[in-house]
Write a protein that binds this ligand. Structure first.
Ligand code: SF4
Ligand code: SF4
Length: 142
């Protein structure tokens, strides 16, 4: 099973279309909506886990782009400011996906953005605000 963790941006003119449902119906994909802000007349943002056969996932992503949806991996939308991070490790205990963990040999805190689900817990717990998520889903519907 191939999985992608994605941030989708929907231009205002397509937020009323059932685009995400087509991923299941036409491309046989499973999706899990982790966060979403979809309001009429505004850009919509959705954090989505997409899984299925790799070819189907790729076709589904192509479909999204043709519909006008901007697709990015979550890893492109979250980053750690290494100038601020002082390796305290507080975020590693709270990260549900082990995208943040302590290397047992070096004792450094490692960040692997490809494992991140953009839950935002590390952003809230970091004492120096070293973790940054570039998109906002403040009006969360899910
Ligand atoms: S946003 Fe959530 S999943 Fe991503 S690194 Fe932070 S705690 Fe882990
Ligand atoms: S909580 Fe902040 S400062 Fe501490 S290891 Fe995590 S990112 Fe670095």
């Amino acid at each position: 099973m191939y999985k992608r963790m994605l941030v989708l941006r929907f231009p205002p003119e397509i937020t009323d279309k059932p685009i995400v449902c087509s991923l299941s119906r036409e491309y046989n994909l499973c999706f899990n909506i982790l966060k979403a802000t979809i309001l009429p007349g505004q850009e919509g943002i959705m954090v989505l886990e997409l899984s299925g056969y790799k070819k189907n996932v790729q076709e589904g992503l192509k479909f999204l782009r043709v519909q006008g949806v901007k697709v990015k991996s979550v890893g492109q939308e979250i980053r750690r400011n290494d100038n601020l991070c002082f390796m305290c490790g507080a975020c590693t205990g709270i990260c549900p996906t082990r995208a943040l963990y302590i290397d047992e040999d070096t004792r450094e805190v490692i960040f692997e953005p490809e494992n991140c689900k953009a839950c935002g817990l590390c952003v809230a717990i970091c004492p120096v605000r070293a973790m940054e998520i570039r998109f906002s889903t403040e009006k969360v519907l899910s």
